[in-house]
Write a protein that binds this ligand. Sequence first.
Ligand SMILES: C[S@@+](CC[C@H](N)C(=O)[O-])C[C@H]1O[C@@H](n2cnc3c(N)ncnc32)[C@H](O)[C@@H]1O
Length: 273
Amino acid sequence: MTTPPLSDRSFGRIAGLMHAAVGLSFTPNKKPLMSSRLASRVQHLGLQGFDDYAALLESPDDGGEFQMAVDLLTTNETYFFREPAHFALLQAELQRTRPQQLKVWSAASSFGDEAYSTAMLLADLQAQGTIGADWSVLGTDISERVLQSATQAIYPAERLREVDARRLKRYCLRGEGESEGLVQVCESLRRQVRFGQLNLCAPVDEVGPFDVIFLRNVLIYFDPPTKSAVVDRVLSRLRPGGLFFLGTAEGRVPCNTPLTVLAPGAYRKGRAQ
Ligand SMILES: C[S@@+](CC[C@H](N)C(=O)[O-])C[C@H]1O[C@@H](n2cnc3c(N)ncnc32)[C@H](O)[C@@H]1O
């Protein structure tokens, strides 16, 4: 049995639920995307159509389906050392300040590529004596599916295309046999990185404060008021003078927290002296 097309009404109901709960903004041109990502669930559950699916999502007894819909409707594209200029800037900053302690937050971590890239950089800097041993990286996301995968830290080798040969050798294990083509981040690095579920559209006071925050390539899924609210909320967990990174494609997002621009997508909390 084929699923009847997603009506404007069902689209509006599901879009409204997603916006209210996790801030995702689905404009009408996203209707085909929503339909293609959720159709298999409507079929799998044996429902008549998307209206029944919307009703299930609205019900308090949804059997975990709301989280399933969030997992399917989020876009999780990521890779290691994405936007390398941000990692170079972080390295230069740490070489200048030589902190003994450091807490980093990857605030929409997806599969963990950004968190483990940061951990590789910090482990190198620790080995060189540039930073102390007391550093950690927290990765958070709204999607349970990506968080489970991030904890396992197993990736198709292609996702580590920006990782140099020395780091690959030092921090990664290459799969053999059935695992050929896969790479796992080594245990010593995994120990420095934790993952947890956190909704950027709800209070975030349980985490931090941090010295460095990455909030990259997630604001594009929010509408302008949500973007600003998320940026201020996340920045409340950054220490004064801390570094803040946004995806360079996201532009400057208006917010109430004073920031100094360092480079495209790179900011320091507070006004320049
Ligand atoms: C495109 S990925 C960005 C990954 C990484 N930061 C990067 O730049 O490569 C966007 C992530 O934001 C997450 N996300 C979307 N809405 C969220 C919310 N309300 N709270 C937390 N994470 C959210 C998605 O699940 C997705 O994994």
